[in-house]
Design a protein around this ligand. Structure first.
Ligand SMILES: [Zn+2]
Length: 407
């Protein structure tokens, strides 16, 4: 019998071979984990399914998490009206622009005071991320920092997390299907809390809720969706299903963002933008990149309270210039997907798109000064989105990108 390859040689050799780990071609940080988990209702009028969702998830006493803007727009009222028959649920609307540890604790106190057993998050990324933080601490002992991804917190988050129904009212963050929650701790660090258990048990995507969004918010949150699709597509994690979704989301977003911003009542454009945002969120599992590694710590600057999507719109072109040499083939696919010329400059293209949408030209216009460059560049290296940038970046690279984005 011919000895099979690898089993020749001494017993010691055999032992070595049999116990050898298979070679890893990528670091564990960028190893793909392909996973689709969320149940999604998606249609005009989808919120009418919420009572059924509550029943299916066994939530008898939900806490509604929203913000003042969403409450004023009457959306919280529309949802509580659907829950007739049960006692009016408690509502927490003190969600800051960037959710904070303090706000998580305040909302958690309301959750416990009313004996709640689940959450309905209504709003943009902030109320949804805040609700995820409450759902986490409702079933896990604090402090919150223990569960941060960069503190090794991912395995500490268990299936005991309280169930969340996410009802996005903007088309951008994708948080309704994302496993991450971004929360600014007391010391000012904006950290990512990441776990499949934090994914909302239901996403209720009702484009009707976005018809009243003002132009700037439509543009800024829409550019967040654009950035999610671009960054996840360029991420080196090998996940073809996610890449196909990212390209589809990017095309929908680019084709419709200006229509939705120009005419908020354009129902088809609103529908397409909400789908683009959802798709951007479905691709998060590929990992984001330098845009988010920078916009997360910038969003943690409490004195400036900078809007996440607006930050991304400004930073995206700078990172596209930085990444180009490491992603030529993928840039070509993006150009083809968007129907651009083969030699089109993607950075210029997205810069002009943001300009037409009336978004800021640079971070200086948003109040960011060069004094914060070293601290933000160091925080970017620590951010969970850093590992999957298309091109490995150093602190100095982040300093250069940030300085260019400040203008
Ligand atoms: Zn984002």
């Amino acid at each position: 019998m011919k000895p099979s390859m690898g089993l020749t040689g001494s017993a010691i050799d055999n032992k070595l071979i049999l116990h050898q780990r298979p070679p890893l071609t990528r670091s564990v940080d960028v190893m793909p984990v392909i996973s689709y988990l969320t149940t999604i209702r998606f249609e005009f009028g989808a919120i009418q399914g919420i009572p059924q969702d509550l029943a299916e998830l066994g939530i008898a006493k939900p806490l509604i998490i929203a913000d003042e803007g969403v409450a004023k727009a009457g959306i919280v009222g529309q949802i509580t009206a659907l829950l007739e028959g049960s006692a009016s649920p408690p509502v927490f609307t003190r969600t800051p622009t960037n959710p904070t540890e303090e706000a998580v604790e305040d909302a958690l106190a309301v959750y416990r005071e009313h004996g709640c057993d689940g959450l309905i998050a209504v709003g943009g990324g902030s109320p949804i991320d805040l609700a995820k933080g409450v759902a986490l601490l409702a079933a896990h002992d604090g402090p919150l920092e223990r569960y941060a991804a960069i503190r090794g917190g991912i395995p500490r988050i268990t299936a005991a997390v309280a169930p969340v129904i996410a009802v996005p009212t903007t088309a951008g963050t994708g948080s309704e299907v994302g496993r991450a929650s971004l929360i600014t701790l007391r010391d000012g660090r904006k950290l990512g809390f990441i776990s499949p258990h934090l994914i909302p048990k239901r996403a209720v995507c009702d484009p009707e809720l976005t018809l009243g969004l003002p132009r700037w918010l439509t543009a800024a949150t829409g550019m967040d969706a654009v950035t999610h699709c671009v960054e996840t597509y360029l991420s080196p994690r090998d996940n073809p299903p996610a890449e196909a979704i990212a390209l589809d989301g990017l095309k929908r977003a680019v084709d419709n963002i200006e229509k939705a911003a120009a005419n908020g009542s354009d129902r088809d454009a609103r529908h397409q933008m909400m789908m683009a945002a959802l798709e951007g969120g479905l691709t998060f599992q590929k990992g984001l990149g330098a845009v988010h590694a920078l916009s997360h710590p910038l969003g943690g600057l409490k004195d400036l309270s900078l809007h996440h999507g607006t930050l991304n719109a400004v930073i995206l072109p700078v990172t596209l210039r930085f990444n180009q040499s490491h992603a030529e083939a993928k840039y070509a696919v993006i150009r083809a997907t968007l129907g651009l010329a083969a030699d089109a400059d993607l950075a210029d293209y997205f810069e002009r798109l943001s300009g037409r949408l009336g978004l800021p030209k640079n971070l200086a216009e948003m109040g960011v000064t060069r004094a914060i460059v070293p601290a933000i560049a160091r925080a970017a290296i620590e951010d969970h989105s850093h590992a999957t940038n298309a091109r490995p970046a150093t602190v100095e690279d982040y300093e250069r990108m940030l300085t260019e984005a400040i203008g």
